[in-house]
Each structure stands twice: as structure tokens, then as C-alpha cells.
Design a protein around this ligand. Structure first.
Ligand code: DC
Length: 234
């Protein structure tokens, strides 16, 4: 059975905290819309790999900025494959490791790092007819004129349960620790001075606590296909 071509043209931003199923939803939406896909979290994670490999302290903002500027970060924009490189080396698996996850909030809070990666993100999506971009500040900072802005959220307990399921964790104390770690990262990302995590004023907030992944994808695809481009709104 062939899938009819989606009529969607434009950009969809998908922001929100970690553990909401955002990446799977974003890839699903991109596939349904026949759109390109950019995971900006992967870029901040790749920057963190460069910082750790250089032996730089993630809290040393100046050294972090210098290292990231010279790192050679490359990410792909295809929904079906994950391409992430630092200085020509494939780091797609390493960016998901615990060491990178621990240090990434500090690296992504450095303003010079954000400026560099935001410029790279805008350049990557500039030529795309249709694109889904996932992150924390895409609707507020990176693409303020996006066709559709979605802020995806879910209750912390639900997010911790989902993460536990992915990791195969069943112990209640470990699940509580996962919830505490999610809250710590939310707090850090929401309270940083530069581009804090928050919904754009014109974002549609989707709470996925009681929805399946397929239901969330369906809802966003419908919103995208009925959205009016920013330039045509009155
Ligand atoms: O979505 P993720 O877990 O892969 O994101 C990794 C980190 O990068 C997370 O701490 C938030 C940060 N991030 C950011 O500050 N801005 C973005 N646009 C995307 C991610």
C-alpha cells in the first residue's frame, strides 16, 4: 500500500522536556509528512562529546566555547537514519551514554555554544521544503516563524515510567531516582539564563500523559496539515 504524499510544506517545531517521547514522535511526524528531521539535542550532545574528549571542564564556559567552535559537528537531517559526527568520527551511539547525559546541561547553557549551534540549525533547515525540528528553544528562538509550534509535555511520573521501560528497570527506588533526575534536568533547563525551556506563546501544548505515541503523532500531523503558514496569518 502506498502512502499518499502529504500536502504539508513548512516547518514544525517540537519542544519540551526530556522523557516525553519527543524524539520518536518527531521522527514519526517527519515520516508521515515526508519532511526532513533535525534533532538539535543530538547537536548539544555532540558538542559535549568534543568537550569531554578534549579534557575540558564542562563548567569552564570559555574553554567549552573554544572547543565546540573547533569541533566539526555534523548532523544529518533524514528521519530514517541517525548521522552524528564530531571531527569526522561517528559518535551517534556515544551521545546517548550516561557520561554525555550528565554533562550536556552545562555545555548547552553556554551562550557562545548556543549561538554557534543555533546558526548551524538555521542553515541546516533553510533549504528544506518541509522539516520537523526537535529541541527546547526551537519555537522560541531558532524558528520563531515556524508553520506549527508544538510543546510536548507529560507528568514526571509518566516520563520516569517510560524511561524505566526503555532501560528495563523495574525497581521502585530506581524509578524514583529516574524521576528525580528528570526533575533536576527540567529545573536546570528551565531556569538557565540563555533560552530557558518554555512553550512559545503561539505553541500548541500537547500533554502525552494519557496518549499513545501513535495518537500524539496523529494529532500533530493533523495540526500541521491544517496549519496556516506564519506569513499568511492575519
Ligand atoms: O533532547 P536531548 O535530551 O537529547 O537534549 C540534550 C540536552 O541538550 C538537554 O539537556 C537540553 C539541551 N538542549 C538544549 O538546550 N536546546 C535544544 N534545542 C536541544 C537540547
Amino acid at each position: 500500500m502506498s502512502t499518499p504524499q502529504s500536502p504539508f510544506r513548512g516547518s514544525v517545531t517540537l519542544d519540551g522536556p526530556s522523557g516525553t517521547g519527543k524524539s520518536s514522535v518527531a521522527r514519526g511526524v517527519a515520516a508521515r509528512l515526508g519532511a526532513a528531521y533535525l534533532d538539535t539535542g543530538a547537536m548539544y550532545r555532540a558538542a559535549t562529546v568534543a568537550v569531554l574528549d578534549a579534557g575540558v571542564d564542562p563548567a569552564d564556559a570559555e574553554a567549552v566555547a573554544r572547543t565546540v567552535a573547533e569541533a566539526g559537528i555534523v548532523v544529518g537531517t533524514e528521519a530514517g537514519t541517525e548521522r552524528v559526527e564530531v571531527g569526522g568520527a561517528d559518535v551517534a551511539a556515544r551521545i546517548r551514554g550516561a557520561e554525555v547525559t550528565r554533562a550536556v546541561s552545562a555545555v548547552s547553557a553556554v551562550p557562545a555554544v548556543r549561538r554557534q549551534l543555533v546558526a548551524q540549525q538555521r542553515a541546516l533547515v533553510a533549504g528544506a521544503e518541509a522539516v520537523v525540528v526537535e529541541g527546547r528553544d526551537i519555537g522560541t528562538v531558532v524558528l520563531p516563524d515556524a508553520t506549527l509550534k508544538v510543546y510536548l509535555t507529560a507528568a514526571p511520573e509518566v516520563r520516569a515510567q517510560r524511561r524505566a521501560g526503555q532501560l528495563g528497570v523495574t525497581d521502585a527506588a530506581e524509578i524514583a531516582a529516574l524521576a528525580a533526575d528528570l526533575r533536576r534536568r527540567d529545573e536546570y533547563d528551565s531556569s538557565r539564563a540563555d533560552s530557558p525551556l518554555r512553550p512559545a506563546e503561539d505553541a500548541v501544548v500537547v500533554d502525552s500523559s494519557d496518549l499513545s505515541q501513535a495518537q500524539v503523532v496523529d494529532r500533530i500531523v493533523l495540526l500541521a496539515e491544517t496549519a496556516v503558514p506564519a506569513g499568511e496569518r492575519r
